[in-house]
Design a protein around this ligand. Sequence first.
Ligand code: THU
Length: 135
Amino acid sequence: MPTKTVSSATEAKLLQAAKQAMKHAHAPYSQFRVGAAVLLTNGKIFSGCNVENASYGLSNCAERTAIFSAVAEVGPGIEIRAVSVVNDHGVPCSPCGACRQVIFEFGPNATIFFQGASGPKQAHITELLPEGFRL
Ligand code: THU
């Protein structure tokens, strides 16, 4: 599926929302704060941060926090147009496998903005998650 363009102004707004959300991260175990923002096809932006737990496996990534927040607020009919992810170490950080599958659920044509190995990068969700699972 072709990637729909997101204007550079919208991309900047999405990045800003992710940076703002990162400030709320609860990451006392990894000390790795992450912020994410999702742009819906209706133009609304929702953001989220990682929320860790003393029982490590219960931790939630920033991307999923943002997506679940959008679903809670708008409903299950949302469609994700783009996702932005940032971290407080300025290191490469593409969405983890679980988050890719959750992005795919609500955004099979989404564009993801993240820090790649050699600088800022954008990728279509199906590049990050070929053959995503569907029921
Ligand atoms: N994390 C995210 O929130 N998003 C990512 O894309 C990668 C990892 C979080 C999970 C955990 O709280 C911390 O980063 C270290 O793995």
